[in-house]
Every structure is written in structure tokens, then in C-alpha cells.
Write a protein that binds this ligand. Structure first.
Ligand SMILES: O=C(O)c1cc(C(=O)O)c2c(n1)C(=O)C(=O)c1cc(C(=O)O)[nH]c1-2
Length: 251
């Protein structure tokens, strides 16, 4: 192979296919914990553990978006990006994904104040999520934005989850799972913008490689969170020190 062949960038179509292939191979819809959750195989305590741990991800998403925005000098980009923070934080008194997540927490019998206290979150959940926030804060803007492109694959898993939860669990109803219903319209809007922004700028092979590596890193952030849950709460369960114990934080 010539040097030029090694360094030539992919065409736009090939680059997009490369990004989508990363999702096909590595997205967390394939993780055994999700397969258990979506097929009705989780006990209520396993669902609770998932709700408690994922709350940490939910709370850090708007923090990573704020970290991203703090480095953006283009007001047009900030104007688009800030809707992500609004989607999660909502208004002063109501709305937003974090409040909707706490409704799910209540629906599964957890005290929302306990969940919001962030007590009981697994160490590996914190490590993975904190690594995502740091990556978006520190990486160049192109890979920082590319790391959000796992949302290309999120609507499919959200639809699977809505159907699976409604079919298999008594706690599931339109109120308790409204978080996922909202994401079905929020995520496509975000990712359409993000994908175009990345595609327009990842012109060189080096930038395409950096964007692809960022997307792989993000799939690892997601996968590691589910590995942590599986190890702690699926037999042979091994809850690490500090991890939620099934009698804690109940309503
Ligand atoms: O349920 C899921 O599988 C899932 C995955 C992801 C993702 O792919 O990162 C997000 C979400 N949900 C989500 O609800 C969400 O708000 C979100 C924001 C982001 C991001 O990276 O900015 N990812 C995700």
C-alpha cells in the first residue's frame, strides 16, 4: 500500500458507514444486561440498580454539554447546543429529563431523594461517566462532538426499551417511562445536527480517525456502565463496597 493510500480520507459515504459500523459492532444494545432488562428477565432490584446507576449518567450529560459549550466561540453552535441542556434540565419548576428519570425512580419504588443523592452508585459507573465528561471537556471539538454520535443508535434501543418495559413490568406506564418517549424526538434532532457537523469537518484521514476513535471510546463508556451493573447485581452478584444494597433508598 502506498503512503497516499494509507492517508487518503474516506469519501463522505464511506466515513458515515464507518461510524455506523462502530454502532453495529459495539453499541450497548447488545450488552447482556440490556437484553435481560428488555426481555423482562430483570428482578425489580436489578431494575432499581439500573435506575440508580443510570441516574448518574443522566445528571452528567448536561454537565458535559456545558463543558463542551464553554469551549465554543461560535454563537450559532452554542445556540443549537444549549437545547441539549434544556432537554435534560427542564425549566425552573418543571420538565426535563432529570425530573422524568426521577419519576421512573419513584415508579420502581425508589425514593427520588435517595436516587438524587447519588449514594450507592457503583465505582465503575462513576469512573466511566466521569471519563466521558473529561473527554468532552478536554478533547478537540471535533472528537468531543463525535463522542455524542452514539445517539445515532439510541432511538432504536429506546423503542425496544419502551416496548419491553411495557410488556414485562408492572411499574411501566406512560408516566413512569416518559423519559424514553421524549428522547425519541430529542435525540434525532441532536444527532442530525451533530452528524452533519462532524461530516462537514472530518475531511482529513486524521480527523476521520479521531472522530471514529471518539465514537469507539463512547461505546466503551456505555458498555462499561452495564458491565458494572452486571457484575454487581446479576448472579453471582458481587456488590462492591459503597454500591447500592437492595433494601436501601426505598419509598
Ligand atoms: O438509553 C440509552 O441507551 C441512551 C444512550 C445514549 C447514548 O448513546 O449515549 C444516550 C441516551 N440514552 C440518552 O437518553 C441521552 O440523553 C443521551 C445524551 C447523550 C450524549 O452523549 O450527549 N447520549 C445519550
Amino acid at each position: 500500500m502506498t503512503h497516499a493510500a494509507l492517508t487518503a480520507p474516506d469519501s463522505a459515504a464511506d466515513f458515515e458507514a464507518r461510524l455506523r459500523q462502530i454502532g453495529a459492532e459495539r453499541y450497548h444494545d447488545k450488552h447482556p444486561f440490556h437484553q435481560l432488562l428488555h426481555s423482562g428477565g430483570c428482578s425489580i432490584d436489578q431494575v432499581r440498580a439500573w435506575v440508580i446507576n443510570r441516574y448518574y449518567y443522566q445528571t452528567r450529560i448536561p454537565m458535559k454539554d456545558a463543558a463542551f459549550m464553554s469551549r465554543v466561540s461560535d454563537p450559532d453552535l452554542r445556540r443549537v447546543w444549549r437545547s441539549r441542556i434544556e432537554d435534560h434540565d427542564g425549566g425552573v419548576n418543571e420538565g426535563g429529563g432529570i425530573r422524568r428519570w426521577l419519576k421512573l425512580a419513584e415508579g420502581v419504588g425508589l425514593d427520588p431523594d435517595y436516587v438524587a443523592s447519588e449514594v450507592g452508585i457503583l465505582p465503575a459507573t462513576r469512573f466511566a461517566v466521569d471519563a466521558y465528561v473529561r473527554f468532552v471537556r478536554d478533547a478537540p471539538l471535533l472528537p468531543a462532538m463525535a463522542s455524542s454520535l452514539t445517539e445515532l443508535f439510541a432511538p432504536t434501543i429506546h423503542k425496544t426499551r419502551i416496548a419491553g418495559l411495557l410488556a414485562h413490568y408492572d411499574f411501566a406506564n406512560p408516566n413512569t417511562i416518559s423519559y424514553f418517549q421524549h428522547r425519541l424526538t430529542e435525540a434525532p434532532k441532536d444527532v442530525a445536527f451533530g452528524l452533519k457537523w462532524v461530516m462537514d469537518r472530518a475531511i482529513s484521514r486524521a480527523d476521520q480517525d479521531a472522530a471514529a476513535a471518539a465514537l469507539i471510546f463512547k461505546t466503551e463508556v456505555l458498555w462499561a456502565q452495564l458491565d458494572a451493573l452486571h457484575s454487581a447485581y446479576v448472579a453471582p452478584a458481587r456488590i462492591p463496597p459503597g454500591g447500592w444494597q437492595p433494601h436501601e433508598g426505598l419509598l
